[in-house]
Design a protein around this ligand. Structure first.
Ligand SMILES: NC(=O)c1ccc[n+]([C@@H]2O[C@H](COP(=O)([O-])OP(=O)(O)OC[C@H]3O[C@@H](n4cnc5c(N)ncnc54)[C@H](O)[C@@H]3O)[C@@H](O)[C@H]2O)c1
Length: 318
């Protein structure tokens, strides 16, 4: 297949592009290497595939129709996997306009370009954050969504809504995949596991928010990528709109996450107690029954194993 991956130089995108190429697909990657974090990291992310003849990098912006034309003209794209976004939760509180622009206007541009070039299949990177601040059991796709807890969450809910409208109006099949805190080699440096690891290695205090009881369903990157590939197989054969959770279904609290890091690194963390952060939900946990049943999604990594892999990777970068 010929596949357009937006945001393909990022954390999840670079792993996905590698897997797609090794599975025999041709990839066009559109990424603007924005400075949300060090663009050099993104260049490194795709360094192993940059010269592969089945990989074409286009440095450009999803908000610019000219850049999307460059990706789509003459490349016979069968499927678009739309990952490009402003991805951090907390910075969205400070700059909601930018999040609206990239995550909503940009997504509209991508959907429009799919329509223009007759790309009939799309996978959209959504997020557990669309569920809002919620407790009491694992989140199901059919649950009513709570109030968005951050501008980022709101942009992802609107993104899902736009995908559904495009399916209804223009007959484009779309699967929205709700990712749950993805971690592993190349994880974004702003995310807690990566940030805390660096601070522990550097003997610096780590910010310990609230009472340590906030918990996350951490998903290992290889499991997430397996889920995206399963979603690709599924959408190939159908005209549909649907939503799937891609989580691990094992919730880990902040205290236990730090203990796991300490044991993998072999060093105690210095804790700097801080109040709970605005925009951070208390708890996430994916119910993955639907993804297991319909997509055949089957995550296998334990948190211990995933953290060990992450720390091995981290050590190889310092
Ligand atoms: N990492 C997670 O835990 C997680 C959880 C839920 C959802 N998601 C979603 O998954 C997707 C990928 O996340 P990630 O963690 O890999 O983030 P990332 O920041 O590493 O990757 C996003 C990529 O998109 C690119 N990009 C941003 N704006 C762009 C624009 N206007 N035009 C072109 N490219 C642009 C960035 O340069 C970056 O390379 C995002 O949509 C994010 O919201 C991620």
């Amino acid at each position: 297949m010929n596949i357009l991956v937006t945001g393909g130089a990022g954390f999840i995108g670079s792993h996905l592009c590698e897997r797609l190429i090794s599975s025999g697909h041709k990839v066009v990657c559109l990424d603007n290497f924005n400075p949300y974090y060090e663009p050099g990291i993104k260049k490194k992310n795709i360094s192993t595939i940059l010269r592969n003849p089945n990989f074409k990098l286009i440095v450009g912006d999803i908000r610019k129709s000219f850049d999307l034309d460059t990706c789509l003209e003459g490349n016979h794209i069968d499927l678009c996997i739309h990952l490009a976004a402003m991805a951090g939760v907390r910075p969205s509180l400070e700059n909601p306009e930018l999040y609206n622009d990239v995550n909503i206007v940009g997504t509209l541009q991508v959907l429009d370009a799919c329509k223009k070039y007759n790309v009939k299949k799309m996978i959209f990177a959504s997020s557990s954050s669309v569920y809002g601040n919620k407790t009491g059991g694992a989140f199901k796709e059919k649950d009513k969504l709570n109030e968005p807890y951050s501008p980022y969450a709101e942009t992802k809910s609107i993104g899902e809504f736009l995908c559904q409208r495009w399916h209804e109006m223009h007959n484009i099949s779309v699967l929205c995949l709700r990712f749950f805190t993805v971690y592993g080699p190349r994880q974004r440096p702003d995310l807690a596991i990566h940030k805390f690891t660096k601070l522990i290695f550097d003997d610096k205090p780590i910010p310990f928010y609230g009472d340590g009881s906030t918990s996350r369903d951490y998903t290992y990157i290889d499991d997430t990528i397996d889920g995206v590939l399963k979603a690709m197989d599924y959408i190939q054969k159908r005209n549909c709109f649907d939503i799937f959770n891609l989580g691990e279904s094992q919730t880990i609290n902040l205290k236990d996450m730090i203990s796991e890091l300490e044991s993998a690194i072999g060093k105690k963390a210095i804790l700097d107690w801080q109040p709970k952060q605005e925009g951070d939900v208390d708890y996430t946990c994916a119910n993955i029954d639907k993804s297991r049943k319909i997509l055949g999604y089957n995550p296998t990594y334990s948190f211990k194993e995933g953290i060990r892999n992450f720390i091995d990777w981290y050590k190889s970068t310092i």
